[in-house]
Design a protein around this ligand. Structure first.
Ligand SMILES: Cc1cc2nc3c(=O)[nH]c(=O)nc-3n(C[C@H](O)[C@H](O)[C@H](O)COP(=O)(O)OP(=O)(O)OC[C@H]3O[C@@H](n4cnc5c(N)ncnc54)[C@H](O)[C@@H]3O)c2cc1C
Length: 222
Protein backbone atom coordinates (compact mmCIF):
# COMPACT_ATOMS: atom_id res chain seq x y z
CA UNK A 1 0.00 0.00 0.00
CA UNK A 2 1.29 3.50 -0.81
CA UNK A 3 2.59 5.59 2.07
CA UNK A 4 0.49 8.42 3.45
CA UNK A 5 1.72 11.97 2.80
CA UNK A 6 1.14 13.88 6.03
CA UNK A 7 1.79 17.47 7.07
CA UNK A 8 3.76 18.45 10.14
CA UNK A 9 1.43 20.56 12.30
CA UNK A 10 3.89 21.37 15.07
CA UNK A 11 7.55 20.69 15.74
CA UNK A 12 9.11 21.55 19.11
CA UNK A 13 12.18 20.59 21.09
CA UNK A 14 11.31 19.02 24.44
CA UNK A 15 14.97 18.23 25.33
CA UNK A 16 18.17 19.49 23.71
CA UNK A 17 18.26 16.39 21.47
CA UNK A 18 14.62 15.37 21.39
CA UNK A 19 11.89 16.72 19.17
CA UNK A 20 8.16 16.23 19.41
CA UNK A 21 6.31 16.27 16.08
CA UNK A 22 2.57 16.62 15.82
CA UNK A 23 1.48 15.44 12.41
CA UNK A 24 -1.73 14.95 10.46
CA UNK A 25 -3.50 11.64 10.95
CA UNK A 26 -4.55 10.09 7.63
CA UNK A 27 -8.24 9.29 7.32
CA UNK A 28 -8.98 5.89 8.90
CA UNK A 29 -5.39 5.42 10.14
CA UNK A 30 -5.56 2.98 13.09
CA UNK A 31 -2.85 1.72 15.44
CA UNK A 32 -2.46 0.11 18.85
CA UNK A 33 -0.47 1.90 21.60
CA UNK A 34 3.13 0.73 21.32
CA UNK A 35 3.11 0.42 17.54
CA UNK A 36 5.46 2.25 15.19
CA UNK A 37 5.54 3.10 11.50
CA UNK A 38 8.24 3.65 8.90
CA UNK A 39 8.71 7.34 8.25
CA UNK A 40 10.37 9.09 5.30
CA UNK A 41 10.96 12.78 4.78
CA UNK A 42 9.17 14.07 1.69
CA UNK A 43 12.17 15.88 0.24
CA UNK A 44 14.50 15.02 -2.65
CA UNK A 45 17.27 12.59 -1.58
CA UNK A 46 15.47 11.86 1.71
CA UNK A 47 12.30 10.22 0.41
CA UNK A 48 14.15 6.93 -0.13
CA UNK A 49 15.40 6.68 3.45
CA UNK A 50 12.92 5.15 5.82
CA UNK A 51 13.26 4.93 9.64
CA UNK A 52 10.83 3.53 12.25
CA UNK A 53 9.28 5.80 14.89
CA UNK A 54 6.61 5.02 17.48
CA UNK A 55 3.33 6.85 17.94
CA UNK A 56 3.06 8.43 21.36
CA UNK A 57 -0.43 9.75 20.66
CA UNK A 58 -3.56 7.76 21.36
CA UNK A 59 -5.88 6.44 18.70
CA UNK A 60 -8.65 8.83 19.77
CA UNK A 61 -6.48 11.98 19.40
CA UNK A 62 -7.18 13.97 16.25
CA UNK A 63 -3.47 14.09 15.26
CA UNK A 64 -0.46 11.79 15.48
CA UNK A 65 2.50 12.47 17.76
CA UNK A 66 6.08 11.26 17.37
CA UNK A 67 8.93 11.85 19.80
CA UNK A 68 12.29 11.64 18.07
CA UNK A 69 15.79 11.51 19.49
CA UNK A 70 18.06 13.44 17.14
CA UNK A 71 21.50 12.01 16.34
CA UNK A 72 23.66 14.97 15.42
CA UNK A 73 26.87 12.99 15.08
CA UNK A 74 26.19 12.17 11.44
CA UNK A 75 23.91 13.28 8.61
CA UNK A 76 21.16 10.70 9.11
CA UNK A 77 17.39 10.92 8.98
CA UNK A 78 16.94 12.19 12.53
CA UNK A 79 19.33 15.08 11.93
CA UNK A 80 17.31 16.00 8.85
CA UNK A 81 14.05 15.59 10.82
CA UNK A 82 15.42 18.11 13.33
CA UNK A 83 15.45 20.76 10.57
CA UNK A 84 11.81 20.26 9.56
CA UNK A 85 9.17 22.81 10.43
CA UNK A 86 5.42 23.20 10.47
CA UNK A 87 4.11 22.70 6.93
CA UNK A 88 6.81 20.25 5.82
CA UNK A 89 5.63 16.75 4.87
CA UNK A 90 6.45 13.19 5.89
CA UNK A 91 5.61 9.87 4.21
CA UNK A 92 4.11 7.44 6.66
CA UNK A 93 3.89 3.66 6.28
CA UNK A 94 1.39 1.34 7.94
CA UNK A 95 1.67 0.68 11.71
CA UNK A 96 3.60 -2.34 12.98
CA UNK A 97 5.38 -3.45 16.13
CA UNK A 98 6.01 -6.13 18.70
CA UNK A 99 5.28 -4.08 21.80
CA UNK A 100 1.67 -3.93 22.89
CA UNK A 101 0.18 -4.15 26.37
CA UNK A 102 -0.35 -7.75 27.45
CA UNK A 103 -1.11 -7.16 31.13
CA UNK A 104 0.50 -5.41 34.13
CA UNK A 105 4.24 -5.69 34.54
CA UNK A 106 7.59 -4.00 34.89
CA UNK A 107 8.68 -1.80 31.98
CA UNK A 108 12.40 -1.31 31.29
CA UNK A 109 13.13 1.57 28.91
CA UNK A 110 16.46 2.88 27.66
CA UNK A 111 16.59 6.37 26.12
CA UNK A 112 14.16 6.83 23.22
CA UNK A 113 12.86 3.31 23.99
CA UNK A 114 10.37 5.03 26.27
CA UNK A 115 8.10 5.96 23.33
CA UNK A 116 6.01 2.75 23.06
CA UNK A 117 5.65 2.68 26.84
CA UNK A 118 4.55 6.32 26.94
CA UNK A 119 1.74 5.48 24.52
CA UNK A 120 0.78 2.44 26.60
CA UNK A 121 0.86 4.41 29.88
CA UNK A 122 -1.23 7.21 28.40
CA UNK A 123 -3.79 4.67 27.23
CA UNK A 124 -3.88 2.82 30.57
CA UNK A 125 -4.20 6.13 32.44
CA UNK A 126 -7.06 7.11 30.17
CA UNK A 127 -8.74 3.79 30.99
CA UNK A 128 -7.87 4.13 34.71
CA UNK A 129 -5.89 0.89 34.53
CA UNK A 130 -2.36 2.14 35.10
CA UNK A 131 -1.94 0.93 38.68
CA UNK A 132 0.16 -2.18 39.09
CA UNK A 133 2.65 -1.19 36.39
CA UNK A 134 6.20 -0.02 37.13
CA UNK A 135 8.73 1.80 34.96
CA UNK A 136 12.51 1.61 35.22
CA UNK A 137 13.89 4.25 32.88
CA UNK A 138 17.60 4.30 32.08
CA UNK A 139 19.38 7.28 30.55
CA UNK A 140 22.89 8.64 30.46
CA UNK A 141 22.02 11.84 32.32
CA UNK A 142 18.96 13.62 33.71
CA UNK A 143 18.98 15.86 30.64
CA UNK A 144 18.33 12.83 28.41
CA UNK A 145 15.11 11.79 30.15
CA UNK A 146 12.09 12.15 27.85
CA UNK A 147 8.75 13.38 29.27
CA UNK A 148 9.94 13.18 32.89
CA UNK A 149 7.15 15.34 34.31
CA UNK A 150 4.36 13.39 32.65
CA UNK A 151 5.87 10.04 33.64
CA UNK A 152 6.18 11.26 37.24
CA UNK A 153 2.58 12.45 37.24
CA UNK A 154 1.30 9.20 35.72
CA UNK A 155 3.31 6.64 37.66
CA UNK A 156 4.38 8.43 40.89
CA UNK A 157 6.21 5.95 43.12
CA UNK A 158 6.18 3.31 40.40
CA UNK A 159 8.67 5.32 38.31
CA UNK A 160 12.40 4.86 38.82
CA UNK A 161 15.18 6.70 37.01
CA UNK A 162 18.55 5.08 36.46
CA UNK A 163 21.44 7.25 35.25
CA UNK A 164 24.51 5.63 33.75
CA UNK A 165 26.75 8.68 33.58
CA UNK A 166 25.73 11.40 35.96
CA UNK A 167 25.92 12.07 39.66
CA UNK A 168 22.47 13.24 40.57
CA UNK A 169 21.60 13.39 44.23
CA UNK A 170 18.45 11.44 44.97
CA UNK A 171 18.73 9.28 41.85
CA UNK A 172 20.58 6.06 41.23
CA UNK A 173 23.71 6.30 39.14
CA UNK A 174 24.48 2.86 37.81
CA UNK A 175 23.85 0.42 35.03
CA UNK A 176 21.05 -2.09 35.28
CA UNK A 177 23.00 -5.14 36.37
CA UNK A 178 22.17 -8.45 38.02
CA UNK A 179 22.00 -7.00 41.54
CA UNK A 180 19.73 -4.20 40.46
CA UNK A 181 17.45 -6.64 38.63
CA UNK A 182 17.15 -8.77 41.76
CA UNK A 183 16.08 -5.67 43.66
CA UNK A 184 13.77 -4.30 40.96
CA UNK A 185 12.16 -7.54 39.92
CA UNK A 186 11.80 -9.76 42.99
CA UNK A 187 8.73 -11.41 41.47
CA UNK A 188 10.00 -13.12 38.33
CA UNK A 189 6.63 -14.59 37.49
CA UNK A 190 5.39 -11.19 36.31
CA UNK A 191 5.52 -9.78 32.80
CA UNK A 192 8.47 -7.67 31.65
CA UNK A 193 8.54 -5.15 28.82
CA UNK A 194 11.91 -4.07 27.45
CA UNK A 195 12.65 -1.42 24.83
CA UNK A 196 15.75 0.61 24.00
CA UNK A 197 19.13 0.36 22.31
CA UNK A 198 20.16 -3.17 21.31
CA UNK A 199 22.77 -3.54 24.06
CA UNK A 200 20.30 -2.40 26.72
CA UNK A 201 17.62 -4.84 25.55
CA UNK A 202 20.11 -7.70 25.36
CA UNK A 203 21.52 -7.06 28.85
CA UNK A 204 18.16 -6.63 30.60
CA UNK A 205 16.49 -9.58 28.81
CA UNK A 206 19.42 -11.93 29.43
CA UNK A 207 19.64 -10.79 33.06
CA UNK A 208 15.96 -11.44 33.71
CA UNK A 209 16.01 -14.86 32.04
CA UNK A 210 19.19 -15.80 33.92
CA UNK A 211 17.45 -14.93 37.19
CA UNK A 212 14.56 -17.19 36.29
CA UNK A 213 12.05 -15.06 34.35
CA UNK A 214 10.21 -16.89 31.59
CA UNK A 215 11.39 -15.82 28.14
CA UNK A 216 7.71 -16.02 27.02
CA UNK A 217 6.81 -13.29 29.51
CA UNK A 218 9.28 -10.81 27.98
CA UNK A 219 7.77 -8.29 25.58
CA UNK A 220 10.75 -6.94 23.71
CA UNK A 221 11.67 -4.54 20.95
CA UNK A 222 15.15 -3.17 20.19
C1 LIG B 1 10.27 -0.29 15.96
C2 LIG B 1 11.13 0.92 16.27
C3 LIG B 1 10.54 2.06 16.79
C4 LIG B 1 11.32 3.21 17.09
N1 LIG B 1 10.72 4.30 17.63
C5 LIG B 1 11.47 5.40 17.91
C6 LIG B 1 10.88 6.57 18.47
O1 LIG B 1 9.67 6.63 18.74
N2 LIG B 1 11.68 7.63 18.72
C7 LIG B 1 13.03 7.61 18.46
O2 LIG B 1 13.71 8.61 18.71
N3 LIG B 1 13.62 6.52 17.92
C8 LIG B 1 12.87 5.43 17.63
N4 LIG B 1 13.47 4.34 17.06
C9 LIG B 1 14.89 4.43 16.69
C10 LIG B 1 15.01 5.23 15.40
O3 LIG B 1 14.42 4.48 14.34
C11 LIG B 1 16.51 5.52 15.09
O4 LIG B 1 17.01 6.38 16.08
C12 LIG B 1 16.61 6.18 13.75
O5 LIG B 1 16.36 5.21 12.77
C13 LIG B 1 17.99 6.77 13.56
O6 LIG B 1 18.03 7.24 12.24
P1 LIG B 1 19.27 8.08 11.70
O7 LIG B 1 19.18 8.03 10.22
O8 LIG B 1 19.34 9.43 12.32
O9 LIG B 1 20.50 7.27 12.23
P2 LIG B 1 21.11 5.95 11.58
O10 LIG B 1 22.00 6.34 10.45
O11 LIG B 1 20.06 4.96 11.33
O12 LIG B 1 22.03 5.52 12.83
C14 LIG B 1 21.48 4.99 14.01
C15 LIG B 1 22.58 4.81 15.06
O13 LIG B 1 23.89 4.57 14.56
C16 LIG B 1 24.79 5.62 14.94
N5 LIG B 1 25.58 6.00 13.72
C17 LIG B 1 25.31 5.62 12.46
N6 LIG B 1 26.20 6.16 11.61
C18 LIG B 1 27.05 6.89 12.34
C19 LIG B 1 28.18 7.68 12.04
N7 LIG B 1 28.64 7.82 10.79
N8 LIG B 1 28.79 8.31 13.03
C20 LIG B 1 28.35 8.16 14.29
N9 LIG B 1 27.31 7.42 14.64
C21 LIG B 1 26.66 6.79 13.69
C22 LIG B 1 23.94 6.72 15.44
O14 LIG B 1 24.54 7.47 16.49
C23 LIG B 1 22.74 6.00 15.97
O15 LIG B 1 23.00 5.49 17.25
C24 LIG B 1 12.72 3.19 16.81
C25 LIG B 1 13.31 2.03 16.28
C26 LIG B 1 12.53 0.91 16.03
C27 LIG B 1 13.19 -0.33 15.46
Amino acid sequence: MADHRVRILESVYINPDVKRLRIEKPEGYAFIPGQAADVRIDQPDWDTKSRPFTFTSLQEWPDLELIVRIYRDHHGVTEQLSKLRTGDHLLLGEPFGAITFKGPGVFFAGGAGITPFLAIFRQLHHMKLLRGNRLVYSNRTAEDVIMHEELTRLLRKDYLNVFTRQNVIGFREQRIDRNMLIELAPDLSQRFYICGPEGFVRTVSAGLVELGASAEELVVEA
